[in-house]
Design a protein. Structure first.
Length: 175
């Protein structure tokens, strides 16, 4: 299913999130299962399915990474179940460095400061990679789709690192 069509917006990495939210609310009102409570079992089932599609579409389109994945899916590239790894050795080395910093954080004289610095570095990398991804998704270059897929793989790692940093930060703040 093309979630952009469902929300009647053009296929684009750039999405007006407030307009997306308004459309979501309208679609929710139209498809909410409670509207079909007195209908037949088939009507109820269809309403539940349509409402689930609206929810899935909104969740996908409001987040840049899942939105980019959906755009690639519409272009025939499915990333969710693939086993392909990142081949960018510089990025792999950077990953190892960040993991080492995170692992050795407790030995730092000011672990919260070091953690904040790491978080800032990763957020800056995410911002840069999202900009590259946006350019690749509108590019007509022959290998732009493959590069976009690699960019999404990298961003998944970066978002995972941010989540790990958040957990580490909570643990440090509990002491």
């Amino acid at each position: 299913m093309n979630y952009f069509e469902l929300f009647n917006i053009p296929v684009s990495f750039d999405v007006d999130l407030s307009a997306l939210s308004l459309t979501y609310q309208q679609l929710q009102r139209l498809t909410h299962p409670d509207k079909f409570a007195s209908g037949s079992e088939q009507d109820k089932l269809i309403a539940i399915q349509k409402n689930a599609q609206v929810n899935d579409a909104y969740t996908t389109l409001k987040a840049p990474l899942s939105r980019a994945e959906h755009i690639l899916l519409l272009r025939g590239v499915e990333l969710q179940h693939e086993q392909q790894t990142i081949k960018d050795t510089a990025f792999l080395m950077q990953q190892m460095e960040w993991r080492e910093i995170l692992a050795e954080l407790d030995q730092n004289s000011d672990p919260l400061d070091a953690l904040e610095s790491l978080e800032d570095e990763i957020k800056q990398s995410i911002k840069s990679d999202l900009n590259k991804l946006q350019s690749l998704l509108v590019s007509e270059q022959e290998n732009a789709v493959e590069q976009a897929a690699d960019g999404i793989r990298k961003l998944k790692f970066l978002y995972k690192m941010l989540a790990e940093i958040e957990i580490k930060e909570e643990a440090l703040n509990d002491f």
